[in-house]
Ligand binder design. Sequence first.
Ligand code: AMP
Ligand code: MG
Length: 413
Amino acid sequence: MTTSENLTAPRRPRTVDEHRAFVASLLAPMPAVEVPISGALGRVLAADVVSAVALPPFDNSAMDGYAVLAADVAAASPDSPVTLPVPEDIPAGRTDVPTLRPGTAHRIMTGAPMPAGADAVVQVELTDGGVETVVVHGHPAAGQHVRRTGEDVTPGATVLTAGVVLGPPQIGLLAAVGLPTVAVRRRPRVLVLSTGSELVEPGSALAPGQIFESNGPMLAAAVADAGGEPELLRFVPDDVEVFAELLAEKAGGVDLILTSGGVSAGAYEVVKDALAGRGVEFVRVAMQPGGPQGAGRLDGDGPAVVTLPGNPVSSLVSFEVFVRPALRAAMGHPHPMRPVVSAALGEALVSPAEKRQFRRGVLDAADGTVHEVGAPASHLLASLALADCLIVVPEGVSAVDRGVDVEVWLLEA
Ligand code: AMP
Ligand code: MG
């Protein structure tokens, strides 16, 4: 191809996968930060966790009952009980644990340390529950109802590996091995900035031609939901200078600048006008909704920038497709993508063959079918709010019959 042909040829739209890879390449892996375990829910572990202690840390009773020498009660039964003196009481937390002399029993509670000299626990239900003496009518095997030191965790064992997402059991384990803090991947800091001279703050009055601003709160919530740390900026009018000033003031110290609006083919495209030539590429992506996209690094070496289109459905769908996986990958999340399942389409649909289409759907878990909610148009926010999944119609497909299996992204998992 000659240079002139190259210049006159219409530029091929980017594929969804190409743009997703480009956006992901803009976010470097997040560094590790130490956080209190009480704030670690949902965070990704940055380093292996090695236990310094054994769990349990000492042999202890698994039952409320009596610590005994199994041989002393080997003959005990309901018909011929054995009576033993009870010289000691060992509640949970007792630290000066007296040795058991043969022919005696120590009353012991669940979690209390086993006395030296005892090798089994008779549960209280197999006794008369006595305090001075106890009548035992059951015979535990040696070792029965004793929880052994280290049977859960041995000292030096790796109990959690880097990359694990911390949920309630993992946080419980960190506490159990004595750690008040944990190293996790830092949350990406994301500036969220909407543009449009027609926008007004929810709660104020609407003049004719104005709408309430909705992308900012929506995208800030999406960032938080993805694990990032949003900073929601006041939206700006379609004024390049105001936009550029706000950016200059706020761009320091953030990992990603996320804008909405002002990137399509009209006049007054404030984001495009302000950021073209500043390291951001504006492209068309072969998808619907969400064709007009932009991404890059501010002034070549600044924070990542992703410019989403303004229509609310386009904005959130393109966040799902491009931004959410990039944020989660930067945090080292083992599953950056939404869970994908296959479901039979409830009603036939048509789709533009040259684009990958993302339709809003509701999954019927009972019969494994998926149904579209609302129409494909990208301003229909109420039907997006009803959806629990996205239905993906791939490039090259112009119609899908009812009953055919389609790819479905689960939004609520
Ligand atoms: P734009 O991408 O700026 O051309 O906007 C496309 C459509 O989305 C227009 O109808 C805008 O009014 C609407 N829109 C843009 N930004 C927002 C926003 N932050 N909140 C609600 N609607 C918006
Ligand atoms: Mg606009």
